[in-house]
Design a protein around this ligand. Structure first.
Ligand code: CTP
Length: 406
C-alpha cells in the first residue's frame, strides 16, 4: 500500500517561535498533497505569523481560542482521532507544559485529549534547548510516548550558533510519512544493496556499470516509510542517504560482500538491487598506468556472487529478493536465477530501454516468485518500490499463515 499524505487528517500545533514561518511551507505542501490539515495556534505563535496565513494555506479554519466557539467542541473531536498530531515549532514553555500535563490553552488541552500519534519538533535558542530543565522535560515527553524530532544545528535567528533550529521539510517529511503509513513492514529489518561497484585498475581508473542506485534507494526509503528498520549497503552514487536509513558505503564487490555478510544475519528481508560487477582486474596497479604502456591487456577474475551465497546461507525466516538485469529472454532468465540462487522473489529489469532500468527515474519490472509472475506497470521508481514491497508483504503474510496452519 503506497504511503502518502493523501486523505490523512493531520493536526499541526504552532507555538511562539520565529520558526513558525517555516511551518507555513509544511502546511502548504501537506495541503497540496491532499492531507486535511487543522492548525491550532498559541497566542504567542500568532505574534509571529497570522492565523490567516495558515487558513489560506490549509483551506481550513485555524483554531486558537479555547472558548471562542462556546459549547461547540467539534474541532477538538476532529483533533482527537487525527492520523497524526504534530507540534512544530515547540517552544521550551510548551514542552514544559506538555511534560507536566498542563492544559491552559487550546493546543495543550487538545494534545492531552488526543489519542493520535504525537510528534514534537522543538525549536529554540540552543542554550534554552540544552538547559537541563528542557532536556528533562523532553525526556519526560519521550516516556509519555511523544516522538521528538531533534532540532538541527546552525545559525539561529538570534545569531547564536548551536542546536535549536527547526529541521527542514526534507528531513521531517519521511518521519511524518512513516507515522501516517499502514506500518505493514514494522518489525522487519530490511537490508537493501544498491548502486554499482567499482573495481579498481589503478589509482585513477576503475571498471563499473551504469547503475545510478535510484531503484535501491527508492526501496530503502519506502521500506522505512512503511515501518521497517532499514540498512542500505551502497556502492558509489550521487544520492543523499534517505532519512531514517542507516547507510554503509562501499566501493568494490568484495567490500559489498563483507558489508552484506555482516548485516545479513540480523535481516528478515534482504533485497539485492545492487549492480555488482561480475569481474575485477586481476592486477590492481598501485601506480597510474601510463600511456606508454598502451597495448596493455587487462586480465579479469570473477567476483563473488553475493546473492548466490546469501541463497545458500539464508534461514527459513529470511525472505531473499534479487534483481535480474536482462537484455533478452526476460522470463526464462528470471526463473533460472530465482531457482539457481534459491530466491523467494526476483525482479526482472529490461536494461535495453531508456525509460526503465539503469539511470532512469521510471521502471517497469516483472516479479517472479514461486507462486507466479506479476507484470508491473511502467511507473516511477518510488511507485515500483512500493509495488515490490506490497508483494513482499503478501509473501511474508502467506508465510506467517502457513506457519500457523502447521
Ligand atoms: N549479484 C550479486 N553478486 C554478483 C553479481 C550479481 O549479488 N557478483 C546479484 C545482483 O545484486 C542481482 C542478481 O545477483 O540481485 C542478479 O544480477 P545480474 O547481474 O542480473 O545476474 P548475474 O547473476 O550476474 O548473471 P548474468 O550477468 O550472467 O546475467
Amino acid at each position: 500500500m503506497p504511503t502518502s499524505f493523501a486523505g490523512k487528517r493531520i493536526v499541526i500545533g504552532i507555538t511562539g517561535s520565529i520558526a513558525a514561518f517555516k511551518v507555513a511551507g509544511w502546511v502548504s505542501t501537506l495541503a497540496k498533497e491532499e492531507a486535511r490539515v487543522t492548525v491550532i495556534m498559541t497566542d504567542s505563535a500568532m505574534r509571529f505569523v497570522t492565523p490567516l496565513t495558515f487558513a489560506s494555506l490549509s483551506g481550513e479554519k485555524v483554531y486558537s481560542d479555547m472558548f471562542a466557539d462556546g459549547p461547540d467542541i467539534s474541532h477538538i473531536n476532529l483533533a482527537m482521532d487525527a492520523d497524526l498530531f504534530i507540534i512544530a515549532p515547540a517552544t521550551a514553555h510548551t514542552i514544559a507544559k506538555l511534560a507536566h500535563g498542563l492544559a491552559d490553552n487550546l493546543l495543550c488541552a487538545t494534545a492531552l485529549a488526543t489519542r493520535a500519534k504525537m510528534i514534537v519538533c522543538p525549536a529554540m535558542n540552543s542554550r534554552m534547548y540544552s538547559h537541563p530543565a528542557t532536556q528533562a522535560n523532553i525526556a519526560k515527553l519521550k516516556e509519555l510516548n511523544y516522538q521528538i524530532i531533534e532540532p538541527a544545528c546552525g545559525m539561529m535567528a538570534c545569531k547564536d550558533e548551536g542546536q535549536g533550529r527547526l529541521p527542514g521539510w526534507e528531513q521531517v517529511q519521511e518521519i511524518f510519512l512513516r507515522s501516517v503509513s499502514a506500518g505493514d513492514l514494522s518489525g522487519q529489518r530490511v537490508l537493501v544493496s544498491a548502486g554499482p561497484t567499482r573495481e579498481h585498475i589503478d589509482p585513477a581508473r576503475f571498471i563499473s556499470n551504469r547503475s545510478s542506485g535510484k531503484m535501491g534507494y527508492a526501496l530503502a526509503r519506502t521500506a522505512y516509510r512503511r515501518g521497517a528498520d532499514v540498512t542500505l549497503i551502497s556502492g558509489p552514487t550521487h544520492l543523499p542517504c534517505p532519512e531514517g536509513v542507516k547507510r554503509v558505503s562501499v566501493q568494490t564487490a568484495e567490500d559489498m560482500r563483507t558489508a552484506v555478510m555482516e548485516h545479513f544475519p540480523q535481516a528478515t528481508v534482504i533485497i539485492k538491487a545492487a549492480a555488482v560487477s561480475d569481474f575485477r582486474p586481476e592486477t590492481k596497479y598501485t601506480d597510474k598506468v601510463k600511456k606508454e604502456q598502451a597495448g596493455l591487456s587487462l586480465g579479469l577474475i570473477a567476483n563473488p556472487d553475493i546473492l548466490q551465497e546469501l541463497g545458500e546461507r539464508k534461514n527459513a525466516q529470511q525472505l531473499l529478493v534479487g534483481f535480474a538485469a536482462e537484455s533478452s529472454d526476460f522470463l526464462s532468465e528470471g526463473k533460472r536465477k530465482l531457482q539457481k540462487k534459491n530466491l523467494d522473489l526476483i525482479a526482472v529489469n529490461d536494461i535495453t530501454r531508456e525509460d526503465r532500468g539503469f539511470e532512469a527515474d521510471t521502471n517497469q519490472i516483472t516479479l517472479i516468485d514461486h507462486q507466479g509472475v506479476i507484470e508491473l506497470p511502467l511507473v516511477s521508481k518510488e511507485r515500483t518500490a512500493d509495488l515490490l514491497l506490497d508483494r513482499i508483504v503478501t509473501l511474508l503474510q502467506t508465510r506467517r499463515e502457513s506457519h500457523y496452519l502447521q
